[in-house]
Design a protein. Structure first.
Length: 94
């Protein structure tokens, strides 16, 4: 939480997410990774995240200074790979 506070004090835009809802409550404005990144439930191995490229959420994620993902080791590896793949596509979309 100190990292998020420090980044906000420097006028950066960090997103704090967690794998579980309980852990997300440890952050100010925290949310689950499934909520922010639109990870589908149930998750299919080749799925991409459902973040349309031109909505406000996608724009905010593009301007984010970082995404802090609490409990990442507890997350299914396929979710992490899909997040990585989708975020890379989003950052390179014009």
């Amino acid at each position: 939480m100190a990292l998020v506070t420090k980044l906000r004090a420097l006028y950066k835009l960090p997103f704090a997410v967690a794998t579980s809802g309980i852990a997300a409550t440890n952050f100010v404005d925290g949310m689950t990774a499934h909520s922010l990144l639109k990870i589908p439930i149930p998750f299919l191995p080749d799925a991409n995240l459902r973040i349309p490229l031109l909505i406000q959420l996608a724009t905010a994620i593009r301007f984010a200074s970082c995404i802090i993902w609490d409990e990442l080791p507890n997350t299914d590896n396929l979710n992490v790979l899909a997040a990585d793949r989708s975020l890379r596509q989003m950052l390179h979309a014009d």
